[in-house]
Design a protein around this ligand. Sequence first.
Ligand code: FO1
Length: 325
Amino acid sequence: MIVTLAGGVGAARMLSGLVQVVPPAELTAVVNVGDDLVLHGLHISPDLDTVTYTLAGAINTETGWGLSGETWQAREMLERYGGLSWFGLGDRDLGTHLYRTQRLAEGADLAAVTAEIATAWGLELSIVPVTCDPLRTMVTLAADDAGPQPLGLPAGTEIGFQEYFVQRHHSVPVAAVRFEGADTARPSPGVLELLAAAEAVVIAPSNPVVSIGPVLAVPGVREAVAARRPHVAAVSPIVAGAALKGPADRMLTELGHEASVVGVARLYAEVASVLVIDEADADRADEVEAEGVRCVVAPTVMRTPEAAATLARTTLAAVGAEAIS
Ligand code: FO1
C-alpha cells in the first residue's frame, strides 16, 4: 500500500500521477479536514471533494475546486435574499454536501460517507479523512483587516480557515495557525495501521502549514509517519521561493519559516527522509541535505498527466517503492 498525506489541489494532481503508476486499490489518500466548514447547515469538506472530483475527472480545471459543467442558480438565489454567498457552492456540488450532511445525520462517520462518495464516482483508491472528529484550522490575523465591510476585524482576531482563504482571498497577514479539536481528534479507523504497513508514504505538494499541518496534528499520526521515516518522501510545494497555488509562500514567511525548499525540508525533517524539489531549486540541494533530508531534484510542476505520472514514479523510487508502469 502507498499512503499519501494530502491537502487540496497539489495533492489531487500528485494522486492523479500515482494512480497511473500504482494499482489504485493499492493507494490510500489520507486527507486534510481542517478546511471543512458547516454552511447553510451543510457539512462541506473541500479537500476531500477536490481529491475525489480530480481523480474522477470531474474537477473544474479552471478553479481547481468544484465540479466541471457547474451552474450557480442556488447561489444566485442566496444573493437575491442577501444570504451568505461568499463561499461558492455550485448546484451540482451542493448535491455532494446534501448527501454528506444527510448521511452524517443518520450516524455514518465521515470516513464511511467519503468512501461512499468515492465509490459513486467509480474510484478504486481509498480516500480517507485523517479524522472523523471535528478538526478546524483557525487563523489569527496579524494586522487589522479593513474589509470586506462590515467584516473589518482587529489584529489578533481568530477566524476560520475559509474566512481567511476565500472570504478574505488570503490577503491578510497571519500571526498564528491553530488546529481546533486536534487534541481530542482520533485518527480515522485504520489510518495508523495503514501508515505502519505502507510500502511508502508520500507527503503531497500541499501547504505544509495548513494542509499537511492538520493531518500531522491528529494525535498519533505524526509519530506513525516519523516511525516510517526511511520510507517517507515529501514533494516540495514551494518552487523557486513561490507557491504554485495559494498562500503557502507568504504564510510560511509570516509564521517565521523560510519560504523555500530549505524551509520545507526543515519542517519535514522529522517525518520524511527524502524531499523532492524542482529543478528550478537545484542550486539549493546541498542546503536541503544539510537539514538531514536526502534531496531529489526533478521536474515537480505537474502541467500534464504524464508529468504527474513521472513525478509519482520518481518520488516512489526515491524511497525504494516500486511503480508498476
Ligand atoms: N475557493 C475559492 O477561492 N472560492 C470559493 O468560493 C470556493 C468554494 C468552494 C466550494 C467547495 C469546495 O470544495 C471548495 C471551494 N473552494 C473555494 C476551494 C477551497 O476553499 C480551497 O481550495 C481549499 O480549502 C484549500 O485547499
